[in-house]
Design a protein around this ligand. Structure first.
Ligand SMILES: NC(=O)c1ccc[n+]([C@@H]2O[C@H](COP(=O)([O-])OP(=O)(O)OC[C@H]3O[C@@H](n4cnc5c(N)ncnc54)[C@H](O)[C@@H]3O)[C@@H](O)[C@H]2O)c1
Length: 398
């Protein structure tokens, strides 16, 4: 089986596969003109503004990944960046420059007091996400959070859910895999019935890191791998909107110094975790986060259904007519950005959800369904693979 993700080199192969499914579909989907080597499926329609209003945004966090400026908020025609913040003054100045913003605050806690700001992008360290997002929501502002929604604590995850429910404000988690080209296409095919129920799915985040990547106050040192599950779990939850119900997980120790007894704050012996989940459709799903596989860095997944399958570059199935598989058009100056061209789409989805007063794709329920199963998987790994139930977070029925 091919494990390749869609890359500039193999996009053509993807398009050929899509084209093979149904020529009529490809034309209907607006993909017909997109078969030049190296091109992606092109949106069938240009970007259409839904409003001429500008959402007044605050941005917090310009750490090792410089995420605060990486999602194109500063280029979105429906956004005015009111202020930015990072605790470290030189990062704060750099974020001001990158966002072309003249106002900054010394911390998120001060920024949220600015009454002009109506939405905040929280791109701070992972352990602080639930606390920071609740702080934003408590001040009456919508929030988009970098992943994960919560960091190892079910209690914090549930407090966040409660705050979102109580305030009625928009919450979105910026899971990049959800807007990768392949995952986006899988979601459209799933919704159109092109896979049927998923018998089995796989999601993978390999990030070879014999030395931990730098981070604020060292939160990545000895990090339990599946506390950071969302790039993988997107290849089931982000495709189907269904749930994991139970898990058995196996941990592996690649012998890194950070995983020696007492060497990390999490008391975590594992560099790698591989989990097998049961799904609410009655299938199974293998999700992993591995740091110990030498030299390997990739985020990818594949799905296998009763009526079809797709492995990132290949769809094979029984469908006759497919919906549009190309990601929606972006505003002219918003770059698609990193992580498979997902950044711009996440920003546009968050801003559009505010403008249209609707739920964003990765709302609090989907965010917890992507995040919490990894926390339980780590508990299972610590118990030698014992099967554990996964708590369920579903939106209230309309
Ligand atoms: N593909 C992806 O979705 C992806 C990839 C990389 C990183 N991330 C996520 O992005 C986030 C940022 O990653 P990073 O590596 O840059 O993090 P980091 O730990 O290097 O930096 C966090 C920054 O937040 C700032 N900060 C913390 N508390 C603050 C507060 N109260 N007020 C103002 N600033 C505050 C710190 O000063 C620091 O500069 C992380 O949560 C990470 O999980 C996601």
């Amino acid at each position: 089986m091919s494990n390749r993700v869609i890359s500039p080199v193999n996009r053509r192969e993807f398009l050929e596969q899509v084209g093979r499914m149904s020529l009529g579909t490809a034309v209907a989907a607006g993909l017909a003109g997109a078969t030049a080597a190296g091109s992606e499926p092109q949106p069938s329609k240009p970007w259409q503004p839904v409003s001429d209003r500008k959402v007044r945004v605050g941005i917090v966090g310009y750490g090792v990944c410089q995420f605060g400026a990486a999602f194109g908020f500063q280029d979105h025609p429906n956004v005015e960046i009111v202020a930015v913040s990072d605790l470290i003054p030189e990062r704060c100045r750099a974020l001001m420059k990158a966002c072309r913003c003249g106002q900054s605050y010394e911390s998120l806690e001060v920024l949220v007091q600015d009454p002009k700001i109506e939405a905040v992008f929280v791109a701070t360290d992972a352990p602080s996400h639930p606390r920071h997002c609740r702080e934003v929501l408590h001040h009456g502002k919508h929030v988009m959070s970098a992943v994960p929604a919560a960091f190892g604590s079910i209690e914090e995850a549930e407090q966040l859910l409660e705050t979102v429910q109580k305030t009625g404000l928009k919450y979105m988690m910026a899971e990049t895999s959800c807007y990768r080209e392949d995952c986006y296409a899988m979601r459209q095919i799933y919704r159109a019935g092109g896979f049927g129920r998923l018998v089995y799915s796989e999601g993978e985040y390999y990030h070879s890191s014999p030395k931990p990547i730098d981070s604020f106050k060292g939160w990545r040192i000895g990090l339990p791998p599946l506390w950071y599950p969302t790039h993988s779990t997107a290849y089931y939850i982000g495709v189907t909107g269904k749930r994991f119900t139970s898990v058995s997980c196996i941990g592996f120790n690649a012998g890194f110094p950070e995983n020696r007894p007492g060497a990390n704050r999490y008391n975590n012996p594992f560099s790698d975790e591989v989990a097998l989940f049961q799904t609410s459709e009655g299938g199974s799903s293998r999700m992993l986060m591995c740091k110990g596989v030498q030299g390997y860095v990739v985020e990818q997944g594949r799905v296998f259904g009763e009526k079809g399958r797709m492995d990132g570059t290949r769809y094979q199935g029984a469908v006759k007519m497919l919906p549009d598989l190309a990601r929606p058009a972006l505003p002219p100056k918003v770059p698609a950005g990193g992580h498979g061209g997902s950044h711009g789409h996440l920003t546009d989805e968050f801003i559009t959800s505010i403008l249209k007063d609707r739920q964003p794709l990765v709302n609090i329920y989907e965010a917890l369904a992507l995040t919490v199963p990894g926390i339980i998987a780590h508990q299972s790994a610590l118990k030698g693979g014992e099967t554990l139930k996964v708590p369920q977070y579903n939106p209230p029925q309309a």
